[in-house]
Write a new protein. Structure first.
Length: 508
């Protein structure tokens, strides 16, 4: 792409991305469904369509986070469109994660003959076996690490989010029945898969990247009014495409707040409503729940950040009275602050176990690290960037030590910060530069923001607390990040750039 600014081309070459045309190829349904073959898809499609034809009662068993909620909504929409007799169930966080024995008993008692788990299930072999003995078949749609065989049809890939797998299953179902509106329906549902992919920190490469781009391009024209309300709350200008940052910080937290602080069904009802007024009121309710979540987070987070990290390895925090719903967000904030993996545990009042979440740091496979400590845990699951776990309080000290040793190669040092990929002269920062950055969206896990070194620049604080870098009479507005130099300080600076913004990382 010769029209790309040289600084951006240099950054992409630093990543060994030689075929920029491939990177920028427009997303399409055919790129996803025509070239991607997923394990178990044919068997799952056969069984679900049989249930639809035979009028069997189908239960969609989702999860309480953004990925599980939106994946459940995608399949609920499709199965209703196909005429299936279907209900969705999203567990409250207090019920614990994933398909369980009580859920299997309840489904059999209520007459369900097919259960489809979304964003969970690969660690539920006992519950799946129990369901089979009770006469209920199970289709598992999940992307978490697999560790055990089970008596179920499984649609699985660790390269896609749970909602992306649900979208791919929806595409396969619509293709099998030769639905004339297949493309229109899939484009309408793609924004949900895009939001979930960004929210769940799935690497934005390959088919997952294509699907996120497809959804981001069509979110503004969605038939679902809640998406328009969320764009407004995220302060995305009307007519503009959202960036991954808009989704990750403006949209996904409001969806996740329902499962963290109330009940995930509130998000499901809001997002998939076709009533403009109803969706508006429900999204405002989600926003209010998210404000409560933020207030609680701001109360607890300083307790974590004031701790002194060990010389190496991950960190574990335990708060007996901390709400279970904010463990994941606390872990994410602390991992970002300390540049190392963090696990946050709370007491589960229903089971007396310690349960919680972990978030990773750059270059650390958190799932593999925790797997090395699995003998101390009651259960755990997840992927490279995030995990959930439960253990007995008597094992806490041993697990803390084992976790720190397992992540001992992770040290809090400047090496954990990204290095410059190219030099950026501010004279090159123009409308064309930002157009090129926007064309490279989405940025995130697997495709991080571009990092530039701005040499011989001046840091300045100006109107209303805004900050900027100056060089040769040209200026670049930057968010301060964690480093805030003194006003007027000069030198070389590291700057992180996304589709429409720049963040100051550090002095180079």
């Amino acid at each position: 792409m010769t029209h790309f600014p040289h600084a951006i081309l240099d950054a992409l070459m630093h990543r060994n991305i030689a075929d920029i045309d491939e990177l920028l190829q427009p997303p399409s349904i055919s790129r996803l469904t025509g070239s991607v073959t997923l394990e178990g898809m044919a068997d799952a499609t056969d069984r679900i369509l049989l249930a639809v034809r035979e009028r069997e009662l189908i239960l969609l068993f989702g999860d309480y986070d953004c990925d599980g909620v939106l994946g459940t909504g995608i399949l609920l929409s499709i199965l209703k469109k196909l005429g299936g007799v279907v209900q969705a169930y999203l567990p409250h966080r207090d019920e614990g994660y994933g398909f369980s024995n009580p859920a299997a008993f309840r489904a059999a008692r209520e007459g369900f003959r097919l259960i489809v788990t979304i964003d969970n299930g690969v660690h539920a072999s006992r519950a799946v076996t129990l369901a089979a003995r009770l006469g209920v078949e199970v289709v598992v749609v999940d992307h978490h690490h697999r560790s055990e065989p089970m008596e179920a049809r499984i649609v699985w890939s660790d390269a896609l989010s749970g909602a992306a797998l649900a979208w791919m299953l929806a595409a396969a179902l619509l293709e099998r029945v030769h639905d004339q509106k297949r493309e229109e329906i899939l484009l309408a549902l793609a924004p949900f898969a895009a939001i979930a992919g960004v929210a769940d920190c799935v690497p934005l490469v390959g088919p997952q990247r294509v699907l996120v781009r497809l959804g981001m391009e069509h979110i503004g024209e969605s038939r679902y009014p809640a998406l328009h309300e969320l764009l407004t709350l995220a302060r995305v200008p009307k007519g503009n495409l959202p960036t991954a940052r808009d989704i990750g910080f403006g949209i996904a937290p409001r969806i996740n707040a329902a499962g963290r602080m109330a009940h995930p069904k509130l998000a499901l009802q809001a997002l998939f409503s076709h009533s403009v007024e109803e969706a508006k009121q429900q999204v405002l309710a989600l926003d209010e729940i998210n404000q409560r979540r933020k207030a609680l987070e701001q109360e607890v987070l300083p307790l974590l950040l004031r701790e002194t990290p060990p010389s190496s390895g991950g960190m574990l925090f335990y708060g007996m009275e901390w709400p279970k719903g904010i463990a994941g967000i606390l872990a994410a904030r602390a991992a970002e602050h300390f540049h190392r993996p963090v696990i946050v545990l709370v007491r589960d009042l229903t089971s007396s176990l310690l349960t919680g979440s972990g978030r990773s740091a750059r270059g650390v496979d958190l799932y593999a690290a925790v797997a090395r400590c699995a003998h101390l845990l009651e259960r755990f699951g997840g992927h490279t960037q995030a995990i959930g776990l439960a253990l007995r309080e008597s094992a806490l000290d041993a697990f803390r030590k084992a976790f720190q040793e397992s992540t001992g190669g992770c040290v809090d040092s400047p090496l954990q910060l990204p290095s410059a990929e190219a030099v950026l002269n501010l004279s090159a920062v123009s409308h064309r530069f930002w157009e090129a950055c926007l064309a490279l969206e989405p940025f995130g896990t697997g495709f991080p923001p571009l990092v530039f070194r701005v040499a011989n620049a001046t840091f300045e604080k100006h109107q209303k607390g805004r900050t900027r870098l100056g060089q040769g009479g040209r200026w670049l507005n930057v968010s301060p990040g964690k480093t805030s130099p003194n006003n007027g300080e000069q030198g070389d600076f590291l700057v992180e750039v996304t589709g429409n913004s720049a963040t100051l990382l550090s002095q180079a």
